[in-house]
Design a protein around this ligand. Structure first.
Ligand SMILES: Nc1nc2c(ncn2[C@@H]2O[C@H](COP(=O)(O)OP(=O)(O)OP(=O)(O)O)[C@@H](O)[C@H]2O)c(=O)[nH]1
Ligand SMILES: [Mg+2]
Ligand SMILES: [Zn+2]
Length: 261
């Protein structure tokens, strides 16, 4: 009934993409690379109305054969977006990325925590403006960047650093709840209120069934708990949408200040 859902869902990426010209989807060659996830992100970026760019980082940490295999997978998947590889350590590939960034365009960097987004942007700026951090040996990130940053590069491109996406979020899927709690759901039409949450409304048929022992109390409490979690997710999603909208306005005003658009 609890489903693991990969975070950075479609809406999140589309919201980001709709506010910028290009979205650089960053994956590390080291542990992070995943062709299916990459494909998914590219579709989401296009759906959001931006142009995707693929960036593979940490090339210094893998054998040339590993990098070649990643690139072969990208080719085999028919990905048409530009693909660039970079090492922030040897600096190989930095100039290619710099050369790609057009003045007066916005580039949003997204990807898992710890893949090197902030380090790369620091390289593009030419100094340590953004905080970057050591990651654990597994390559798992620590969420160093905690809020978005908009940076104007010397060449005139606007670059946006993002906090790394959570890889997994536990969400109680509404559909899953309905399936596991079919007994509760089937009683709902007997409740006084059509939108009864079965928590504390008067005339609730579900709570009546719990009182009478027809439905187990523990089973009922599980249901209420999962409903809450799923409602909580909805709420935080609404808040996130608002934040994204505000950020869209921020980009627009920043462009206006710079006389872009
Ligand atoms: N070996 C190697 N390490 C790198 C490279 N790029 C970044 N790192 C290291 O990876 C760690 C994480 O880098 P960050 O730039 O903070 O990663 P991030 O993507 O901004 O992470 P969040 O802000 O958490 O989303 C740091 O310790 C960097 O020094 C690279 O190309 N090669
Ligand atoms: Mg960062
Ligand atoms: Zn009810």
């Amino acid at each position: 009934m609890l489903c693991r859902r990969s975070a950075g869902d479609a809406s999140e990426y589309q919201m980001i993409a709709s506010n910028v010209d290009y979205v650089a989807v960053v994956q590390s060659c080291h542990y992070d690379f995943n062709i299916r996830r990459l494909e998914r992100y590219l579709v989401m970026v296009r759906d959001g109305g931006a142009e995707p760019i693929c960036l593979l980082t940490k090339t210094d940490l893998v054998e040339p054969g590993v990098l070649a295999s990643h690139l072969a997978q990208i080719r085999a998947a028919g990905i048409t977006a530009p693909v660039l590889t970079v090492s922030n350590v040897t600096r190989e590939g930095i100039d290619d990325i710099r050369g790609l960034l057009l003045p007066e365009k916005t580039y949003c960097f997204v990807g898992s925590s710890g893949v090197g987004k902030s380090t790369l942007i620091n390289q593009l700026i030419g100094r340590e403006l953004l905080e970057t951090k050591r990651v654990s040996g597994t390559g798992e990130g620590r969420h160093t960047t905690v809020r978005r940053e908009l940076i104007l590069l010397e060449g005139g491109a606007l670059v946006i650093d993002n906090p790394g996406m959570r890889e997994f979020g536990i969400v109680a899927a509404e559909g899953g709840i309905a399936e596991s709690f079919a007994d509760i759901v089937s009683l709902a039409p007997g409740c006084r209120y059509r939108d009864c949450t079965h928590a504390n409304e008067p005339g609730c048929a579900v709570r009546k069934a719990v009182e009478s022992g027809e439905i187990g109390r523990e089973h009922y409490e599980n249901y209420i708990k999962l409903r809450k979690e799923s409602d909580f997710h909805q709420l935080s999603y609404a808040e996130k949408r608002k934040k994204d909208r505000d950020f869209g306005k921020y980009i627009k005003s920043a462009k206006k200040d710079l006389d872009i658009d």
